[in-house]
Design a protein around this ligand. Structure first.
Ligand code: PEP
Ligand code: MG
Length: 755
C-alpha cells in the first residue's frame, strides 16, 4: 500500500525548517509556495490573503505571473478564491473554468491550468486567506491531498496571526485579522471598559505543530481521548448531575462526541499527515467552527459548540495545563472574552486586573453575570462571533451601557471612549468626595442610603460607597453561584464575614429567595412549574423545607454577640410570619440549650412584594419589626408584567401616579404604626426614581453600591418639602395620567439638582 502520508510529512518538515530560517517574510512565503507546489506535484501554488477591506490579495505564487503578486485581487465571494473564503470550504475541480464562479484574472496567466484545488486558511474558524494549487491536466485531487493542503494552510494561518505578514501590506491597507469589528449584543452590566483581550480558553497554546513521530502522537491522542471519556463518565456519574435535565444532556452529548468515529478519524488523519496531536485537535476544531459559522439550525449550532468545548478540553488534556497558566501573563487591563464560563472561573481572575467581561452566550441570570455584577465590571452578552474574532492581546472596548463591543477599535472610537471613561472617573472622584458628607437633603432631612449585596466580593464596597449599611443581603446568591447546596458551615462563614466587614453598620439578611427567575440547577422541583413567578418560591419554599431552619441556625450562630436583622421574601399572608417566628424560636431554644453565643437582638422583617399585603398593612406592621418594599417584584405583580421580559421593558412606568400612590400608602402606614420602612428594588438606585421615592415619603432606600454616589449627589441639592408638596398634589389629583417623570425632570432643572 502506498504511504499517502509520506508526502505531507516531508512537506511539513520542510516548512518547519523554513519557519525557523532567518528570512524576510516575502522570501519565506515564496519558498513556502515553491515547496508546496513541488511536494504536491502541482504547477501552481498561490496564497491569497484576506484584507480588512474584504479583498483577497495575491501574496505569493509559484507558477503564476510573478508580476501579479500584490496586484491580483478578488473580492470576498468573487471567483473561486472568493467563494472558498466566503464559504470556508475547499473547492476541488478538474476543470476550473467550468465552475459558475470562475473569474478570469488576465494578469496572472492562469488560463492554461485546468485542475484547481483551493482550501481556506483558517484560524479558530475564521478565514484569513486561501491557498491554491493548480495543474494543467484535468485531475481530481485526492482526499489525502486536500487534507495535506489544509494542514499546510494551518501553518500559514499561524504566520498571518503572529503578524509575520503585516510587514508586506501596502500602506493604508490592513489584513482582515486586524480589522476593527463592532459586535452588538446585550448589556448585562453597565459601565465601560477599555483594555486587551484575554481569551478565557486560550487556543494559541498550540505552538508545536509538527510531529517527529506519528505513532507516538497517535498514542498521545489515544491516551488523551481515553482520559477525556473517563472524565465525562465521571462527571455523569456524580450525584448532582445524575438526575438533571439540561446539564446531563450536555454531558451525554459530550460523551457521544468523544466516541464519534468521524471525529477521531479526522484527528488521526491529521496526525498521520505530520501534525502533533494538539495541532490535529486544533485543525479539526477550526474546520468545524468554520462550518458552524454557516450553519443556521440553532440546535445543530448548539451541538457544534458542545463539540468545540470538548475539543478545548481535549487540548487542555494534551497540553497538561489549565487556564491558570494564563493568569500570570494577564495584562493590567484584562477584558475576558469567553463563550460561556462558570462563576467560580471568573473569581479566579484577579479583580484589580479585570476591566470587563464579554460572553458569546449568557443571560442576565447566568451565575457568572451575577458575580461580575457584584464585582462591578461591565458585562456584555450574546456577542456572536466574539471569541473567533478576537486574539489574545487585541485592543477591545466593552460598552456595557449599550451592549456593544469594539474589537481593535479605530483611534477615533477609542478616543471617544477614553473620554467617556475619564468623565466617569471624574464623576467617581466627585462621589468619593461626597462619601464623607452627611446624607441630608438641602432642607435638612436625614436619608439613609443603604447598599444591596449578596456575595463576599461585594463587601469592600461597603466602605468604598459610603453606604450606611446593607439594606438587602440576598443570601440566595451564594446558592446560585454554587454547584451544590452550600453547607451550613459555609453559610455561617459567609454571614460572619459579612457582619465583620460591616463593622457595626446594620445588615439585613434576606432569607433564601429562590424560585421564579432565580433557579438552582442542582435543585429539583423549582423551575419545572407552569408559572414559576407565581409558584413555589422564596419563603413558601423555605418554610416547607428544612431550608429556613438550617439558614436561621447559621445566621443565629454567625451573629452571636451582635444584632441580627432577618427579612422574609415574598410574604403573602401574616401566617407565614408566624410560622417563621416559630422556626426561629425553636432554633434559638436549641442553640441556647447548647450554650451558643446568641445575637444580642433579633429583628424580623417582611418584604412587601406581593400585593395582598396592601390590605393587611397595619396588621403586618404590628407583627414585624420592619418592612422593606421589593419594588421589582411588587411592580411585576401589581401590573402583571414579567420583570425579565425585555419586550415589555419600555411599556409600563413605575414612576407613575398609581404605583407611587401605592408606595406612598406603605410609607404612611409605616409612619402611623412607627414601623421602619425601606425600599430595596431597582427604583432606589436611579437619581430620578429615588427622588420620586423621597417625595412619596421614603427616608431609607437600598441600592447597588455604585448608585449611592449619584443618588447622594441628587439628594443634597433636593428641597424635599417642596417636592413632597408637589408630589402630594399630583398623587391626590383625580387624574392618574400626569407625567410624573417629566414633572420631576422639570423640578430638578428648576432647582439645579443633578440627575
Ligand atoms: C425586589 O423584588 O424588588 C427585590 C429587591 O428583590 P429581588 O430583586 O431580589 O427579587
Ligand atoms: Mg423580589
Amino acid at each position: 500500500m502506498r504511504d499517502t502520508a509520506a508526502g505531507p510529512r516531508l512537506l511539513l518538515r520542510r516548512l518547519r525548517e523554513l519557519m525557523a530560517e532567518a528570512l524576510e517574510p516575502q522570501a519565506r512565503l515564496d519558498r513556502i509556495v515553491h515547496h508546496i507546489a513541488q511536494n504536491m506535484v502541482a504547477e501552481v501554488c498561490s496564497l491569497y490573503v484576506l484584507r480588512a477591506d474584504s479583498v483577497l490579495e495575491l501574496y505569493a505564487t509559484e507558477g503564476l505571473n510573478p508580476g501579479s503578486v500584490h496586484l491580483a485581487q478578488l473580492r470576498l465571494g468573487q471567483g473561486l478564491v472568493g467563494t472558498i473564503a466566503a464559504s470556508a470550504r475547499p473547492l476541488n475541480l478538474p476543470e476550473a473554468q467550468k465552475h459558475p464562479a470562475f473569474a478570469y484574472l488576465p494578469e496572472t496567466g492562469e488560463e492554461i491550468y485546468n485542475s484547481f484545488l483551493g482550501v481556506p486558511v483558517l484560524r479558530a474558524g475564521r478565514t484569513l486567506g486561501v491557498l491554491v494549487v493548480q495543474n494543467r491536466t484535468m485531475r481530481q485531487y485526492r482526499e489525502d491531498e486536500v487534507e495535506a493542503l489544509e494542514t499546510t494552510a494551518m501553518v500559514i494561518a499561524e504566520m498571518i496571526a503572529t503578524g509575520d505578514l503585516s510587514r508586506l501590506t501596502r500602506p493604508g491597507l490592513e489584513l482582515d485579522l486586524s480589522r476593527p469589528v463592532t459586535i452588538n449584543g446585550m448589556s448585562f452590566n453597565e459601565g465601560v471598559g477599555l483594555g486587551h483581550v484575554v481569551l478565557h480558553e486560550p487556543r494559541i497554546v498550540v505552538t508545536n505543530l509538527f510531529n517527529e513521530d506519528s505513532d507516538e502522537e497517535l498514542r498521545r491522542l489515544e491516551t488523551a481521548l481515553g482520559s477525556l471519556r473517563l472524565s465525562i463518565d465521571d462527571m455523569l456519574s456524580r450525584r448532582e448531575v445524575a438526575f438533571e435535565g439540561e446539564h446531563r444532556e450536555v454531558l451525554e452529548a459530550y460523551r457521544m462526541f468523544a466516541n464519534d468515529r468521524g471525529w477521531v478519524r479526522r484527528l488521526e488523519e491529521a496526525i498521520r499527515n505530520g501534525l502533533t496531536a494538539e495541532a490535529a485537535v486544533e485543525k479539526v476544531q477550526s474546520d468545524m467552527r468554520a462550518r458552524m459559522l454557516h450553519m443556521t439550525d440553532p440546535y445543530l449550532r448548539e451541538r457544534m459548540s458542545d463539540f468545540d468545548d470538548l475539543a478545548n478540553r481535549l487540548l487542555r488534556m494534551l497540553l497538561g495545563h489549565g487556564p491558570e497558566a494564563m493568569a500570570n501573563a494577564l495584562p493590567r487591563d484584562a477584558i475576558v472574552v469567553a463563550r460561556t464560563m462558570g462563576a467560580a472561573e471568573l473569581l479566579d481572575y484577579p479583580r484589580e486586573k479585570l476591566r470587563g467581561l464579554v460572553l458569546e452566550d449568557g443571560a442576565v441570570t447566568s451565575h457568572v453575570v451575577i458575580v461580575a455584577r457584584a464585582m462591578g465590571i461591565p458585562v456584555t452578552g450574546q456577542m456572536k462571533g466574539a471569541v473567533s474574532m478576537s486574539e489574545n492581546g487585541d485592543a477591545i472596548i466593552v460598552d456595557g451601557d449599550d451592549g456593544v463591543i469594539h474589537l481593535r477599535p479605530q483611534s477615533d472610537v477609542e478616543a471617544a471612549y477614553a473620554e467617556k471613561v475619564r468623565f466617569r472617573a471624574r464623576r467617581q472622584e466627585l462621589y468619593r468626595e461626597l462619601r464623607g458628607k452627611p446624607s441630608v437633603t438641602k432642607d435638612g432631612v436625614q436619608i439613609d442610603l443603604m447598599m444591596n449585596a449578596g456575595l463576599a466580593v461585594d463587601l469592600p464596597q461597603l466602605s468604598d460607597s459610603g453606604a450606611a449599611g446593607i439594606g438587602l443581603f440576598r443570601t440566595e446568591l451564594q446558592f446560585m453561584v454554587a454547584s451544590t447546596f452550600p453547607r451550613a458551615e459555609a453559610q455561617e462563614r459567609l454571614y460572619r464575614d459579612v457582619l465583620e466587614a460591616a463593622d457595626g453598620k446594620p445588615v439585613t439578611f434576606r432569607t433564601i429567595d429562590i424560585g421564579g427567575d432565580k433557579v438552582l440547577p442542582y435543585f429539583k422541583g423549582v423551575g419545572q412549574e407552569e408559572n414559576p413567578a407565581l409558584g413555589w418560591r422564596a419563603v413558601r419554599l423555605t418554610l416547607d423545607r428544612p431550608g429556613l431552619r438550617t439558614q436561621m441556625r447559621a445566621l443565629l450562630k454567625a451573629a452571636g454577640g451582635r444584632e441580627l436583622r432577618v427579612m422574609l421574601p415574598m410574604v403573602t399572608e401574616i401566617s407565614e410570619i408566624r410560622q417563621a417566628r416559630e422556626i426561629i424560636d425553636r432554633e434559638v431554644r436549641h442553640l441556647s440549650r447548647f450554650a451558643h453565643h446568641l445575637p444580642t437582638k433579633l429583628k424580623l422583617g417582611a418584604m412587601i412584594e406581593v400585593p395582598s399585603l396592601m390590605w393587611q398593612l397595619e396588621e403586618l406592621m404590628s407583627v414585624v419589626d420592619f418592612v422593606s418594599v421589593g419594588s421589582n417584584d411588587l411592580f411585576q405583580f401589581v401590573t402583571a408584567t414579567d420583570r425579565g421580559n425585555t419586550q415589555l421593558a419600555g411599556r409600563f412606568e413605575p414612576i407613575s401616579v398609581p404605583f407611587l400612590r401605592l408606595l406612598r400608602q406603605i410609607a404612611e402606614a409605616g409612619n402611623r404604626t412607627g414601623t421602619s420602612v425601606t425600599l430595596c428594588g431597582e427604583l432606589a438606585g436611579r437619581p430620578i426614581s429615588a427622588m420620586a421615592l423621597l417625595g412619596a415619603g421614603y427616608r431609607s432606600i437600598s441600592m447597588s453600591p455604585a448608585a449611592i454616589g449619584p443618588v447622594k449627589a441628587m439628594l443634597i441639592e433636593l428641597p424635599l418639602e417642596r417636592l413632597t408638596r408637589l408630589m402630594n398634589e399630583t398623587l391626590d389629583a383625580h387624574s392618574s395620567e400626569a407625567d410624573v417623570r417629566a414633572m420631576l425632570h422639570a423640578f430638578a432643572a428648576e432647582h439645579d439638582i443633578p440627575l
